[in-house]
Structures are given as structure tokens and as C-alpha cells.
Design a protein around this ligand. Sequence first.
Ligand code: PXG
Length: 461
Amino acid sequence: MTLHNKYPTAHYRALDAAHHIHPFSDTRSLNAQGARVIVRGEGSFIYDSDGNKILDGMAGLWCCNIGHGRHEIAEAVNKQMLELEYYNTFFKTTHPPAVELAAALAEVSPEGFNRVFFTGSGSEANDTILRMARTYWATLGKPDKKVIIARKNAYHGSTVAGASLGGMKPMHEQGGLPIPGVHHIAQPYWFGEGGDMSPADFGLWAARELEKAIDEIGEDKVAAFIAEPIQGAGGVIIPPETYWPEISRICKSREILLITDEVICGFGRLGSWFGCQHFGVEPDLMPIAKGLSSGYLPIGGVLVSDKVAHVIEETGDFNHGFTYSAHPVCAAAALANLKIIKEEKLVERVRDDIGPYLKARWMQLADHPLIGEVRMTGLVGALELVPAKPSHRRFEGDGKVGMMCRDHSFKNGLVMRAVGDTMIISPPLVLSHEEADLLVATAAKTLDMTLADLKAEGLMG
Ligand code: PXG
């Protein structure tokens, strides 16, 4: 019997190369190689058009918290689609999914957060942040407080405001970014930039760069500081323990808003509903997306503290919004997703069960000759690849080794990402113990294969 492949790889690769421009990709080299065609997902696994089963160590793109293929979401979406597929919330109208999701978010948010502004993505959430933070100060009679302080190597999205707030040099180099009024300070990346300082001293130093920037720019000109609790796309940068308490102290003693970008850290990733809670900080605004719907449909938003919401009420019209703000079908997907996170106690599971379980095994990779540092908090982790331990010296070649490692990992059946020569994971929160064992065993095998290649090329030591 010949099995008919519903999704013939060559057919999809050829059409993809002819018609599809991929995000963050070198089109010519991707097309020469051909994209991997993903055709199905179930739980912690994805399947490609050649029948390979791959452990999704990145939960899609840091988003599929409840795992792939959940029928509960499909059913909620189908029901909403048949009842009200679309209506806007601009002109004195609302609809049940928007209202129910807003209320459900207020219930899980930290104290003092009772309102949400909906967007279609995390980037749109950060565009909203920029306008809302400046509008907040203008309404309070301080229109000069406009500058947003952000960090180098941060990721806040790919729209003009998102990419400007982000600190990714290659993004700034295309399209004339950042826009004026955004100032970037050092990131708390001890392994990469800590030099001779202890992690604790470096954490304090990096936090005090904020205080220095406020003084240089002038407190009367600064609107806000924005930061990811743990930098995701920058390479899972977990700040030293001294960092967030010092940032918190500075923000409390200065008249600026604190924004924690919860697009990755929100909805259980760190074993708390929001990343700020893991670090004990109290922000004024929180952009959200990704885990809000587990990526089943595109939806994002800004969680707005009462402090900011009361001022925005004074503003009168806030002239901002998107056609798909609070899209009813996306909101229905998000509601069903929050229900699963609550019913299956996924936040607690990351904190008390699968988080510590995976971490104990992941940290054992520190003994591997290729590994300079291993880190993990909740269900995000990183491995720093180095040519000679214990030094923090990096390989030559700008991420070539990370790419080798990533390719081996994919072939071995594990999606592990490379950011330069830092390997990162962010698996679904439903990851089982057996899947955690498989993840670490596959990562270890991948490191061995990468090491063998590097030795053959004479690149170790
Ligand atoms: N903030 C953070 C912290 C993010 O990680 C966004 C905002 C923007 O969200 P949208 O929904 O507009 O993509 C993100 C998105 C990567 C990668 O390479 C990470 C993201 C997006 C694309 C690629 O790790 N994060």
C-alpha cells in the first residue's frame, strides 16, 4: 500500500519559496535550503510534512502555554464564530467575549489592576504603551515627560514603536529606528557583560544605570522605564537577584512609570501569573500577548493599573485603537485558554512541579565541556556555549556555533533556539516529566554532536 502524503514537502517548499516572505529571515538562503513544513501539533509535540515528530521546546514562539491541539479552544472559537464573528468596540458598543475576558484578566492580575486595553499583538500593545504613558503625563500637565527608557538587547516587538523600544541593533539598522524619545541603557546580562564584577554587584550596577539615565535626561523629561522581567528573545537573560529590587527602589523614588513587558513572562511562564510577581515588583502598565491565548488566535493588550486608568479617564478621548481590539473570536479563545490555565493549575504546576523538575535536570548540563553557564527560571532556560570553560570567552563567528547546535537539535527531534551562541528553551507549561527527561537527553546528545563537529574543526580550547 502506498501512503498518500496530504502535504507533499517539495510542493509546499516550492510555493513557499515563490510567494512567501518570512519574518526575520534571509529570504535567498532560506529559499535555497527550503523551509521545514509543520503540519500538525499535539500537546508538547509538532509534526512536519516528512512525518518527523519534534518536541516543541519553544512552545511555538514562547506562546503555546497550554500545548498544541486543544479541542476546548477549537470548540469555544467555533461557537463564538457562529454567534458573533466580529463587531467593534469603538462606538459605544461592547460584546460578551470582550467583557468576560476583561473581567477574567482583572481577576488574575495583581492588586490594583482592574482594566485592560485590547490589541491584536504584543507589538501593538507596546505601541499602545508609548502613547498611553505620554498621554498620562500630558493629562497631568507634564507634556514634556515623553522619554521612555528601555534596555539594549530588549525585545518589545516589530512595529515602529515596538522595535524602537526594543534594543536590537540589527532591527534599528533597518528603517531608520529608533524613533526620537527612546533611550537605551545596559542590560543585566552578567554572563556576557559582567566582567570581573560579582553577579550581585553587576545587578546593582545595571539597575543604577537607570538612575544615571534619569539624572542625565532630567526627571521632568522621562515618562517611563520599560523592561521584560526576564529578557526572552535577547537570550533568556535572567537578571542577578539584586537587579529588580534596585529597579523597584529607583522607580518608587522617582516620578516615572514602570512598565513590565509580560508578553513572554505572563500567564505562568515563571510560575506566577505575571513575571513582575515572581520578582516582587509593582508595575504601572503591563503589555501582554502570547500566553493570553496560548497563540491559538492573535490577541494582546495592556493591563492598566488603577493609577494610570484614573488619569486616562481624565484625558477625555484616548485617540487610539485597532479594528481587531477585543476581537470576539480571539477573546473567546483567550477566555477558554485562561479557563484551562486555571483548571489545570498550570501556574502552580510550573512553580511547584514541572519547573523544579526540569530545572534539576537542565542544570546538570553545566558539566558538559561546551557549556559556560546554565540558567533556568520557571520554564525558560538557557545554555551558554563556550570554547573553553570556565572563561566567558565566546566563539568567533557571530552565532555560527549556536546555529550548528540548533540544526543538530532539530534533526534530533527537539526545537531549541539559538540567540547567537546561547541556546534557549521555553516549552509548553503542560510538559510532562517524561517529556522533560526527553528534552534534556536530546539537548545533551545535541551538545555532544556539536562538540564533535567543533573538535573536528579545531575550534575548541
Ligand atoms: N514583547 C515581548 C517581550 C516579546 O517577546 C513582543 C513584545 C511582540 O509581540 P508580537 O505579538 O507583536 O510578536 C514580543 C514577541 C524571538 C521572537 O525571536 C520573539 C518574539 C517575537 C518574534 C520572535 O524570540 N516576541
